[in-house]
Design a protein around this ligand. Structure first.
Ligand SMILES: [Zn+2]
Length: 127
């Protein structure tokens, strides 16, 4: 496996994370694994044949928890959860609009923020 392509790629912090309301990660051409944020090397097979690719706009909320201790930027309580977008991509982020004691797994969608706020995106239930 050659690493020159990966070494020449833009760093993770320099890659766009959102485009047209979708999370932008990467997809491995060799094994199909997705990742978010984007990677230069596939975390599943080690290939450097990794391209920028949007994640699906909907995923499955696997687990969540309520946060009651403020970190300064967010009013408490708020909810954080893990969302599975398939092919290895699991994203940890804020969840809004979840009913109290909601059962999981459940479908959620990505919501991109319109204005400059503390969050660039969050997840909401689809129905
Ligand atoms: Zn791979």
């Amino acid at each position: 496996m050659g690493l020159s392509r990966a070494l020449a790629a833009a760093g993770t912090a320099e890659r766009p994370r959102l485009r047209d309301g979708a999370l932008v990660g990467s997809r491995c051409a060799a094994c199909g694994a997705r990742s978010w944020p984007a990677r230069a090397i596939c975390s599943r097979c080690g290939s450097d044949s990794v391209e920028s690719a949007p994640l699906p706009r909907e995923g499955t909320l696997l687990s969540y928890t309520s946060v009651w201790v403020a970190r300064g930027r967010f009013e408490t309580p708020y909810v954080l959860g893990q969302v599975d977008f398939g092919e290895c991509a699991v994203v940890f982020g804020h969840v809004r609009g979840l009913p109290e004691n909601a059962d999981v797994p459940r479908r959620v969608r990505v919501v991109a923020a319109d204005a400059d706020g503390p969050l660039a995106f969050w997840f909401e239930p689809t129905a």
